[in-house]
Design a protein. Structure first.
Length: 368
């Protein structure tokens, strides 16, 4: 037993001496990370501001009954295009024809009585008072005839505008009431079409300052251009102009309503469709552009990484503008034209590290 313990002790000692005598391996140094850097793009651009909104009809009319009666016919197909003056509904005309004939007879009699009375007055056969009474009766008969003619006209319910008609809310054979102004259908104009959107108080003040400095005319007095895209579109392919700005800021939302108008020849756009609008802000503006992917976020602040003259990887906080293209963002403040901004490889380094910058050209990669 003692021999076994002595052997174990000897073996352990030899292993410890052997381990201690091994030479230390040199520590391998981490390679310097490489990052792509580029100067901001210098460009003269047209600035556009972007908002959300919806299309609305220039004219929208609720077609209602103006006389009571039974619907005799419906003269349109649900959803079809109608023209101004087209007869949409016909109300049973028989009682109105009878009333019109009675009013015509009363008018004819009153006219004859007035003519006869004037002849008699010239011969002093009746008094002037009698002539005045007959004149009053004639005027009443004339008013009754015009009312009957108007009611007869109202039995043909016509479209006051050209556009798309909805479905018939009242079918043939139903009784409609002029007292309740029964809604029969609606008609909306399609071409041209309006686009309504809301802009914040800050944007409104910005445009007002531009107007004061003659940098941009007010949309109240000038048809400033707009570009619009639909939900399924990538490009702002629909063009129009501004034609209205509201006269006050909404106190509950802090926004003001604007409106643009555009052609809709193919009738692709219907009232109620959602869209995005770009409104002209300024023309010929000198700006700096960077890829949007180069911009990082630190809570509410935005920053980019730059490499200084000692190749140190550092952070610079910037003030962002709008996206100028799908990839390039306007930088309003925080950068110099000769700054080397990290546009690729930000995840390879940390603040304060030394990096190996590789110069690249943004002009070769992006168009603006």
């Amino acid at each position: 037993m003692k021999a076994s313990l002595s052997y174990l002790f000897l073996t352990t000692s030899i292993l410890m001496v052997t381990a201690c005598s091994q030479p230390e391996l040199p520590q391998q140094s981490m390679p310097t990370p490489q990052v792509d850097v580029a100067n901001p793009i210098q460009a003269t651009i047209t600035e556009w501001d972007e908002y959300s909104g919806r299309f609305e009809a220039v004219s929208e009319v609720e077609i209602r009954a103006r006389v009571s009666g039974y619907v005799d016919s419906v003269n349109f197909i649900d959803g079809q295009q109608v023209e101004k003056g087209d007869v949409l509904f016909v109300i049973d005309q028989r009682p109105f024809k009878i009333a019109l004939a009675g009013a015509q007879a009363s008018y004819d009699l009153a006219a004859k009585e007035l003519e006869r009375g004037r002849d008699l007055r010239q011969r002093n056969s009746i008094s002037q008072e009698e002539v005045d009474r007959r004149l009053s009766e004639f005027q009443q008969a004339n008013a009754g005839l015009q009312a009957a003619q108007l009611d007869m006209e109202f039995t043909e319910v016509k479209s006051p505008i050209s556009g798309l008609v909805s479905r018939d809310y009242v079918n043939v054979g139903n009784l409609i009431s002029a007292t309740n102004a029964t809604l029969l259908t609606t008609v909306v104009s399609i071409d041209p079409i309006h686009f309504y959107f809301e802009a914040g108080e800050g944007e409104f003040l910005k445009y007002s300052r531009f107007s004061q400095k003659a940098q941009r005319k007010s949309s109240r007095t000038a048809p400033n251009p707009v570009r619009i895209k639909l939900q399924d579109e990538d490009e702002f392919s629909h063009t129009g102009v501004m034609d209205f700005v509201d006269n006050r800021i909404d106190r509950s939302t802090g926004t003001i309503q604007g409106r643009a108008i555009l052609e809709n020849d193919d009738q692709l756009i219907l009232p109620g469709i959602f869209g995005r609008i770009q409104l002209l802000a300024r023309e010929n503006v000198d700006v700096m552009l960077l890829p949007d992917t180069a911009v990082g976020s630190d809570q509410s602040r935005k920053f980019v990484y730059v490499v200084d003259e000692e190749n140190t990887f550092t952070r610079k906080y910037v003030e962002l503008g709008e996206l100028h293209t799908a990839d390039l963002r306007v930088i309003n403040a925080g950068l110099e034209t000769n700054d080397k901004v990290v546009v690729n490889g930000q995840m390879r380094a940390r603040d304060g590290m030394t990096v190996e910058p590789i110069d690249v050209s943004l002009a070769d990669q992006y168009s603006w």
